[in-house]
Design a protein around this ligand. Structure first.
Ligand code: HEC
Ligand code: HEC
Length: 355
């Protein structure tokens, strides 16, 4: 059966989630003081231990509740950044073409006001993280739980403090000799350029509130409906390969054919399963058919190995184990795929199918 069959992939996942919810739910009951009179879900899961609950309970709230004690210097943060973040987010947080920039677009006046003018002036071409950020706890928490993207939850507490300080230094918010810690993080919060940017005066915040859309449905003598459509500008049509090939192979929605070569492309049925595998394994985050992203384009790889008889095994090994130095200094992470899947992906690339 192909891995793109939704019935095959969904069922076990849902099962795992139910188990997990149960472990957490039972754990919360136990942690809240009482002993359980009876197991509410007999035969399903088991009681979570306090240590397990602690491992899940890592969130840092806007008032810094949950923030672990610790400290990290801007200087140490620079080392962490260059080793573990810059490959995707750029040496100065400017980011390469696939990732939105972290740093830029904030001014000294913004820091005084607590509101970033560039968000509304229309003068900035992109919204950076530091332009939007209103709560420093969110930055700390996000990096701690989600970054580096290819290796989350591997940073030490000191590294998270340090790299957070370094990003703020890149944004001219902290000086180069600063040490960020649980003791001074509130003072730094008070310097964030967009600290006053968050509004809780809308229905998304208060469950009892009204949604922030105030329109009333017109019921009679209404104006002719406005037709809204969108079009990919010509200069950007092939910026991300052929969108038609990148849509999932079932369902009503189809991507536009954005590349001329798509007309002669292999029919989707022949490589839909491998493409789904490539999508699931995050390959397409770093590789595009005809364009260099973090890694080389698939077309470049196909061309380089087209007359190399050992290429299939070699590339399958590289996909499984990762490596660097063949195309540049950016590393390719080891993929969590089986031997057979790695071989299929290698064949798919060598045959030039990912167009
Ligand atoms: C392999 C590429 C990669 C690496 C390495 C990486 N990131 Fe990211 N980062 C991403 C992607 C992709 C996103 C967007 C994720 C999303 O929106 O789900 C992101 C998002 C972020 C954001 C949030 C941006 C926003 O405005 O929402 C921050 C902050 C961040 N990364 C910091 C870091 C730090 C610090 C490191 C190093 C410790 C790091 N990243 C390493 C790929 C990477
Ligand atoms: C975080 C980014 C990233 C992800 C995710 C990623 N790659 Fe790569 N890939 C790279 C980089 C960078 C290189 C260049 C490595 C080098 O120079 O040796 C590369 C190289 C390759 C090569 C050529 C290897 C060589 O030695 O010439 C193949 C084939 C490849 N990737 C396939 C895949 C497949 C298949 C997946 C998904 C399972 C994948 N990549 C996921 C970044 C990535």
């Amino acid at each position: 059966m192909s891995s793109s069959d939704p019935a095959v992939t969904r069922r076990p996942r849902a099962g795992r989630l139910v188990m997990l919810a149960h472990v957490v739910a039972v754990g919360v009951l136990v942690a809240s003081g009482g002993t359980l009179a009876r197991d509410p879900f007999p035969g399903v899961g088991r009681t979570a231990t306090p240590a397990e609950i602690k491992a899940w309970d890592i969130d840092v709230r806007p008032d810094f509740k949950g923030l672990p004690r610790g400290r990290g210097t801007v200087a140490k943060g620079q080392d962490v950044w260059e080793a573990k973040c810059a490959s995707c987010h750029g040496i100065f947080g400017e980011s390469n073409q696939v990732f939105p920039p972290i740093v830029g677009g904030t001014t000294k006046e913004d820091m005084q006001r607590g509101r970033v003018a560039g968000l509304t002036s229309g003068t900035e071409s992109q919204r950076t993280t530091l332009m939007k950020l209103s709560s420093l706890a969110s930055l700390w928490d996000y990096v701690n739980r989600a970054m580096p993207w290819n290796n989350p939850r591997t940073l030490s507490v000191e590294e998270v403090y340090a790299v957070t300080a370094y990003m703020l230094h890149l944004g001219d918010i902290l000086p180069g000799d600063f040490t960020l810690s649980d003791e001074n993080i509130r003072d730094v919060q008070a310097k964030l350029p967009n600290r006053n940017g968050k509004s809780d005066k809308h229905g998304l915040w208060l469950p009892s509130g009204k949604p922030d859309v105030k329109n009333v449905a017109c019921m009679r003598n209404c104006d002719t409906p406005v037709a809204i459509s969108s079009r990919i500008p010509d200069h950007a049509r092939d910026a991300h390969g052929n969108l038609a090939d990148q849509m999932r192979p079932w369902g009503a929605v189809r991507g536009q054919v954005t590349m001329a070569r798509a007309a002669t492309a292999v029919p989707p049925s022949e490589h839909a399963a491998v493409r789904t595998l490539a999508e699931k394994s995050a390959c397409l985050a770093c590789h595009a058919p005809n364009q260099r992203l973090v890694g080389p384009s698939f077309a470049e790889i196909t061309a380089k190995y087209k007359s190399d008889s050992g290429a299939e095994s070699y590339l399958a090994g590289k996909i499984k184990n990762g490596g660097q130095g063949v195309w540049g200094s950016a590393p390719m992470p080891a993929a969590a795929v089986s031997e057979a899947d790695a071989r299929q992906l290698a064949q798919w690339i060598l045959k030039g199918l990912p167009q």
